[in-house]
Write a protein that binds this ligand. Structure first.
Ligand SMILES: [Zn+2]
Ligand SMILES: [Zn+2]
Ligand SMILES: [Zn+2]
Length: 255
């Protein structure tokens, strides 16, 4: 399995519009973060988790020419805004795109992208098939690949992460229950969100994420959904244990 980090930034992206802080002015490419998303190539399949506002640019940059399915962690706009650009894959593949998410998330997509689901469709709009994830306590099948949902809380919003084989991806969370901790424990690679150092209502801080990772002890861990407030990539990584790295856009990980 090959995982490519398509975006590792918080909802505003890094740099943030108009900001002149040292992180936003950094020339290090690792400090340039599009909105969070990953591509997973597994068992001959090509999946993307979340299609934020940078989706098109991410597909072009990572040269993703074929996509088999799209999975959603939750309905926040920084994870869904790019959905319209799925059209490119509809045209190329001459197929509807399978989309997986919790029923609440799919209902929100139907509201926010009402034209996609209109009875009389304008030609050329995205074509999707919706696959509700009904249970968080059992794996679901995505075109022959077993995907285990990972339940977490994002302030008051229940969200999902996903486990595929030895790879766990959990962004936008600030609380993880014992069942999900158990799922993370056996994994080889764990991706977790770490927004900044200061406390936040709905995201783990750097210290909180490190504490969880030191408890579940994966072989390798990567932090994502990073704010410009966290500091420069180079400086933050120097403080971290060797097995915990900051993800950056374009990073590829073999699992
Ligand atoms: Zn987010
Ligand atoms: Zn800044
Ligand atoms: Zn969110």
């Amino acid at each position: 399995m090959t995982v490519t980090f398509l975006g590792t930034g918080t909802s505003s992206g890094v740099p943030m519009i108009g900001c002149t802080c040292p992180v936003c002015r950094s020339l290090d490419h690792r400090d340039h973060r599009l909105r969070v998303s990953v591509h997973v190539a597994v068992a001959g399949r090509s999946f993307v988790i979340d299609s934020g506002p940078d989706f098109r640019q991410q597909m072009l940059r990572a040269r993703v020419a074929h996509l088999d399915a799209l999975l959603f962690t939750h309905e926040h706009k920084d994870h869904t805004a790019g959905l319209d650009d799925i059209r490119a894959f509809n045209f190329r593949q001459q197929q509807d795109m399978p989309v997986y998410g919790e029923p609440r998330v799919l209902a929100q997509l139907q509201r926010e992208f009402a034209y996609i689901f209109a009875e009389h469709k304008y030609p050329g709009i995205p074509r999707l098939t919706l696959h509700p994830i009904e249970r968080d306590d059992a794996p679901f099948d995505v075109l022959g690949v077993a995907v285990q949902p990972l339940r977490a809380m994002h302030h008051r919003l229940p969200v999902l992460g996903f486990r595929l084989g030895g790879f766990c991806y959990l962004t936008d969370a600030n609380a993880i229950g014992p069942e999900t901790m158990e799922q993370l424990r056996g994994a080889e690679v764990v991706v977790l969100n770490a927004l900044r150092r200061e406390p936040h209502l709905s995201h783990f801080t750097l210290a909180q994420a490190v504490e969880i990772l030191e408890e579940v002890r994966p072989r390798r861990a990567y932090l994502t959904h990073i704010s410009h407030q966290l500091g420069r990539h180079h400086d933050v990584e120097a403080e971290l244990p060797a097995s915990i790295r900051l993800a950056y856009d374009g990073l590829m990980v073999e699992v």
